[in-house]
Design a protein. Structure first.
Length: 206
């Protein structure tokens, strides 16, 4: 038995074939169409193709190819897909900024990526709330000292600093627009702040 599969050696389709039929000879093909052509042309006795994925859904192209070829389905097997993220040695997950992969693999990792986005959103909310608390304290101190709420030089410094440390993929113009909104909200909080006591109470915010 020789089984054609789409992908490179080590692909999930090859793993499925070898798990279902141990010791079978496998033949890699570049495209799904090539698997059908290999079987139809007698180069291989069978072809193994993905049809359904519990996360990514149906592989519609292979349904179409089944209709286009007079080749029957003779067996079925299931394989649990476990993806791994490859990075440079010593890289922490928190350092990852971009993931490059096949669209189908990314679709299969959608739940993980959504959970990661939720975690980052929670961190972002906590960070923005802490920044807002600082803005309130700064507003109190400015009112105590009789200083202007709007300080364009300081705000320009904040934007320049954010752009300088920006690792991407957001470009600096996008980062500028985001932080301009953050600064606007901080300025609004500063104006609402009521002075409490005398002198600075939270120097770390200044």
């Amino acid at each position: 038995m020789r089984i054609a599969f789409q992908g490179a050696p080590g692909a999930y389709s090859e793993m499925a074939a070898q798990r279902a039929w141990p010791g079978v000879e496998t033949v890699p093909c570049e495209h799904f169409e090539d698997v059908f052509a290999s079987v139809a042309g007698g180069k291989t006795s069978h072809g193994l193709l993905p049809i359904e994925n519990s996360v990514g859904g149906s592989i519609h192209r292979n349904y179409d190819l089944l209709l286009e070829h007079d080749l029957p389905i003779v067996a079925e097997t299931e394989l649990q897909v476990v993806h791994n993220l490859i990075a440079l040695q010593g890289t922490e997950l928190s350092q990852i900024r971009r993931v490059c992969s096949h669209p189908q693999a990314l679709a299969q990792c959608e739940q993980f990526l959504r959970r990661r986005i939720d975690e980052l959103d929670e961190l972002l909310v906590r960070t923005l709330s802490a920044r807002a608390a600082c803005a309130l304290e700064i507003g109190r101190q400015k009112k105590l000292l009789g200083l202007e709420i709007y300080q364009p030089n300081r705000e320009a410094e904040v934007i320049a600093h954010v752009q300088r440390i920006n690792p991407g993929p957001l470009n600096n113009e996008s980062m500028k627009r985001l932080f301009e909104r953050v600064i606007d909200e901080a300025r609004r909080l500063e104006r609402q702040a009521e002075p409490e006591g005398e002198g600075p109470t939270s120097p770390d915010c200044l």
